[in-house]
Design a protein around this ligand. Structure first.
Ligand SMILES: Cc1ncc(COP(=O)(O)O)c(C=O)c1O
Length: 440
């Protein structure tokens, strides 16, 4: 191979979570974005039905966020946060803490959802050890959970393809049963009525392993990447009660639900269930610059401060934790959410969104429809002998017709920027339904 890559040579970039060979034969190349639209390389407007990857909640190229980043580059481009600090990281931590439930007031910065998850799991283990309960080493996830792609995240996660290629993963992990029950709950509007009792599966694991060996349980309060699986009514509260009964920390992975997706600052607020640790990322900077965060209770933070056996209370961090440009982007993003009332806007739009997606019931290939806040999913009947093919082809066809959707197997997920208009919601769902008419 020549050392000079040819223009438009797609071979070197090994694309993440992508069918590389298929993509490189028929690329879907995005070259610009504004508001709720991308611009494709062939000059078409593509309605962003997925807020990028569930992150661009305020829409693309928001001028206040862009300006804040430009100003920050000129002021302080990088500063370490190991043994030094810069003001915006502290300011952003205060602002982020203020958005989550009372009593979760301490924030550890990361660069992604996966890093937030690994950080949260490490906090849970070190917290128990610091309190003299070092036998609590077991981590409990849930089948079909998605917690990013670090070894911690795939170990507690429950998606087989994210696990099966990667050896023995973390030891000492177990999984709750998943809550997806299409037999009883299909076409439910909002949270499923049946399945709250599945939280009791945690008691089974406590019975098997003993609570004294369990550090934490991690779940997505609303699971997106695995195909939009909503918590059955009462499920999260019961999980909270069982964790309390046994001294187990409860971690909510809010990487996609924090920052307005459900019409509230967090899913914890939406469901009125307070976990001990929240992981977030994505919408914290509107996706413009990578950043994640782990928000913990005062009890956990103070326990580290009281029980630390070294001057550095938590031996963990990333070169870019609280990066100045990400911090500036985060502060501007939170300003936009507040000044433009975007969480309230999402809450106001949610019933219209729900009616529009459920109006597709009966359309070709649709086996189930689910929704919550500004999240929707169409689950398709898989094509016999070719699971996932129908979903993938529908995604490609929708792109050709000007709408970006996300596909997981045969589940199409919708999570548009919170600034989407009603007419654009109609366009998004109508376009996809028309594609289903065309796809075999
Ligand atoms: C619930 C959840 N956790 C973690 C992640 C991983 O985030 P990242 O891709 O930023 O590492 C995601 C990504 O979609 C997610 O949905």
């Amino acid at each position: 191979m020549s050392s000079e890559p040819a223009p438009n040579d797609l071979s070197s970039f090994w694309m993440p979570f992508t069918a590389n060979q298929a993509f490189k034969k028929d690329p879907r190349m995005l070259v610009a974005a504004e508001g709720v639209h991308y611009k494709s390389q062939d000059g078409r407007d593509i309605l962003d039905g997925t807020a990028g990857l569930w992150c661009v909640n305020a829409g693309h190229k928001n001028p206040r966020i862009s300006e804040a980043i430009k100003a920050q580059v000129d002021e302080l481009d990088y500063a370490p946060t190991f043994q030094f600090g810069h003001p915006k990281a502290f300011e952003l931590a205060n602002r982020v803490a203020g958005l989550f439930p009372d009593g979760l007031d301490h924030v550890f910065f990361t660069n992604s959802g996966s890093e937030s998850v690994d950080t949260a799991l490490k906090i849970a283990l070190a917290y128990h050890r610091g309190r003299g309960q070092g036998s609590r080493t077991r981590l409990i996830g849930r089948e079909r959970g998605y917690h990013g792609t670090g070894f911690g995240g795939i170990s507690v996660g429950g998606i087989v393809k994210n696990r099966m290629y990667f050896g023995s993963l973390l030891s000492g992990v177990d999984h709750l049963r998943h809550t997806h029950d299409p037999e009883r709950n299909s076409f439910t509007r909002g949270c499923p009525v049946y399945g709250g009792e599945l939280a009791e599966d945690l008691e089974r694991l406590v019975g098997l392993h003993d609570a004294s060996t369990i550090a934490a349980v991690i779940v997505e309060p609303m699971a997106g990447s695995t195909g939009v699986l909503l918590p059955p009514l009462g499920y999260l509260r019961r999980l909270r009660e069982i964790c309390d009964r046994h001294g187990i920390l409860l971690i909510f992975d809010e990487v996609i639900t924090a920052f307005g997706r459900l019409g509230t600052a967090s899913a914890s607020k939406y469901f009125d269930v307070k976990p001990d640790i929240i992981t977030c990322a994505k919408g914290i900077t509107n996706g413009v610059i990578p950043m994640g965060a782990v928000v913990v209770t005062n009890n956990i933070y103070e326990s580290f401060m009281d029980h630390a056996d070294a001057p550095i209370e938590f031996f963990h961090g990333y070169t870019y934790s609280g990066h100045p440009i990400a911090a500036a982007a985060g502060l501007a993003t939170l300003d936009v959410y507040r000044e433009d009332g975007l969480f309230e806007r999402a809450a106001d739009l949610a019933p219209y969104f729900e009616d529009t997606v459920h109006a597709l019931k009966g359309r070709r290939h649709i086996r189930d429809i689910r929704n919550l806040g500004l999240v929707g999913a169409l689950e398709l009947e898989p094509r016999p002998g070719a699971p996932g093919a129908r979903g993938f082809e529908t995604m490609v066809k929708a792109y050709q017709k000007g709408v970006m959707v996300r596909v997981t197997g045969d589940i199409l997920a919708f999570s548009p920027p919170l600034i989407i208009e009603r007419g654009q919601i109609d366009q998004m769902f109508e376009t996809v339904a028309a594609c289903l008419d065309d796809v075999e």
